[in-house]
Design a protein around this ligand. Structure first.
Ligand code: UGA
Length: 453
């Protein structure tokens, strides 16, 4: 099928190359000419597993990159809108990019099209898009607007897109529903999994993902409610980790015991320094705000946000407790990205903590396998902040080493070498990557989250 994807951020770009991988012909539109040129040249601009391979396989053949939305509209049957919906000052999602794209599509619409909301949007957005298009003089019979939220995670975006738990299609028209079913048929009917995968070259027998058809409003709420629920799960385990600390219990054991209950499940029960990234903080705020506008108080989410903010402060207290005073201390920091597997530093708790520690008079040498370049733009190096490209160089002569991102390489450091490199062998681990007993045996003072010290 001929598909257009508007926006080449995480969601748009991954969707574009994955649709090509599923056999469709895709036009990916972005109004940033520099970005379009880079993508045409094979530079994916973001650190994402398998993305470079897919981009190189399909760019300029099954995926065309361009700035011309009118042409993309003319050439496609279905148009996915995957532009940003950033947080505005009020906490609401700023939908001005979505509106602008909808109006531009309306102006070049000459035959029936399905517009698909792929961006995370609040309930009622579908209706607003419909109204915006009609206001531009397009007859209702000429288009449908479908809500098809995306659930991919950064770092595992390609795998998540091609192996989803479920596909949600919120549609009020049979014609549009059929087109969306056709697009996803390679996944829901399994033909995609029966042919060799473009990345691994092997076939993967899969439980086929269900395609759930809902109303447009339900689909919009499914997306916000899912993200808010996952954030709630994280804040819950973080709150429990604080209780474990007070009671001298082990949150890892507690999470395992809880997660073995299939009604709870083990995922998203990892305690840490709080959730970050471009989705959870923004979506929790937007969901609460839209509920408030509809007269519903989702106060539970205020608590989720409060615990999340406190978790960073608690970590700072741990650093203080381990080092006594902070002024003049030299710290090694491992991790800048908001989680492992990505170079994204948006709303990264690691970045917030570095700011707080510098504010308390510490000097920091930081290392991250992928996010240094982005961090450098946001927080340029200074007398109290240095970036290095090796974890052991970061640890050299440090008063303590802080683990702030759950990159897998941070969980397999050469401990002997680390011990010798540091000034004091103190490790404060915000991601529970080590067994406390192992660290103790190796001579470290080891502080982590929700576990007996
Ligand atoms: C999240 C959702 O997981 C995706 O399903 C969704 O599609 C996406 O938002 C989106 O709306 O676009 P993402 O932001 O990429 O994906 O990252 P997550 O893996 O969900 O992690 C978010 C934050 O929670 C990170 O800071 C991570 O370190 C933290 N986290 C996650 C924990 O602290 N504990 C956990 O157990 C899991």
């Amino acid at each position: 099928m001929k598909i257009a994807v508007v926006g080449s951020g995480y969601v748009g770009l991954v969707a574009a190359v994955c649709f090509a991988e599923m056999g469709h012909d895709v036009i990916c539109v972005d109004n940033d000419e520099r970005k379009v040129k880079a993508l045409q040249g094979g530079d994916s601009l973001i650190h994402e597993e398998y993305l470079p391979e897919l981009l190189n396989r399909y760019r300029n053949t099954k995926v065309l990159f361009m700035t011309d939305l009118a042409e993309a509209t003319r050439e496609s049957e279905v148009i996915f809108i995957a532009v940003g919906t950033p947080q505005s000052d009020t906490g609401d999602a700023d939908l001005s990019y979505v509106e602008a794209v909808a109006c531009e599509i309306a102006r070049s619409l000459t035959s029936y099209k399905v517009l698909v909301e792929k961006s995370t949007v609040p309930v009622y957005t579908n209706e607003w898009i419909r109204r915006a298009i009609e206001r531009n003089g397009v007859a209702r019979s000429m288009f449908d607007v479908v809500s098809n939220p995306e659930f991919l995670r950064e770092g595992t975006a390609v795998a998540d897109f091609l192996h989803p738990d479920r596909i949600v299609v919120g549609a009020d028209s049979e014609r549009a529903t059929k087109l969306l079913q056709e697009i996803y048929a390679p996944l829901t009917e399994g033909s995609y999994y029966r042919r060799p995968d473009a990345i691994t070259g092997s076939c993967s027998a899969e439980a086929l993902p269900p395609l759930l058809i809902t109303s447009t409003k339900s689909a919009e709420i499914i997306k916000h409610a899912s993200n808010a629920f996952l954030a709630l799960k994280i804040s819950f385990i973080n709150a429990v980790s604080n209780l474990c600390e007070a009671a001298d219990a082990d949150v890892e054991q507690v999470a395992m015991g809880m997660g073995l209950d299939s009604r709870i499940g083990p995922r998203f029960l990892r305690p840490g320094i709080g959730y970050g990234g471009s989705c959870f903080p923004k979506d929790v705020a937007a969901f609460r705000s839209v509920a408030g506008q509809l007269g519903v108080d989702l106060g539970i989410l205020a608590e989720v946000e409060k615990i999340n903010a406190q978790q960073k402060k608690r970590f700072l207290s741990k650093v203080r407790a381990a080092l006594w005073t902070l002024r003049g201390k030299h710290l090694a920091v491992l991790g800048l990205a908001f989680k492992g597997g990505t170079d994204d530093i948006r709303a990264s708790p690691a970045i917030d903590l570095i700011g707080m520690l510098i504010g308390e008079g510490c000097s920091i040498t930081a290392y991250d396998p992928a996010a240094i370049e982005r961090a450098r733009e946001k927080m340029p190096p200074s007398a109290c902040l240095k970036y290095v490209d090796d974890p052991y160089v970061a640890a050299k002569d440090a008063d303590a080493l802080l683990i702030l991102t759950d990159w897998s390489e941070f969980g397999s450091l050469e401990l002997k070498r680390l011990y010798k490199t540091m000034r004091y062998p103190i490790v404060i681990d915000g991601r529970n990557l080590y067994e406390p007993k192992v660290m103790l045996d190796k001579g470290f003072t080891y502080v982590s989250i929700g576990r007996p010290t």
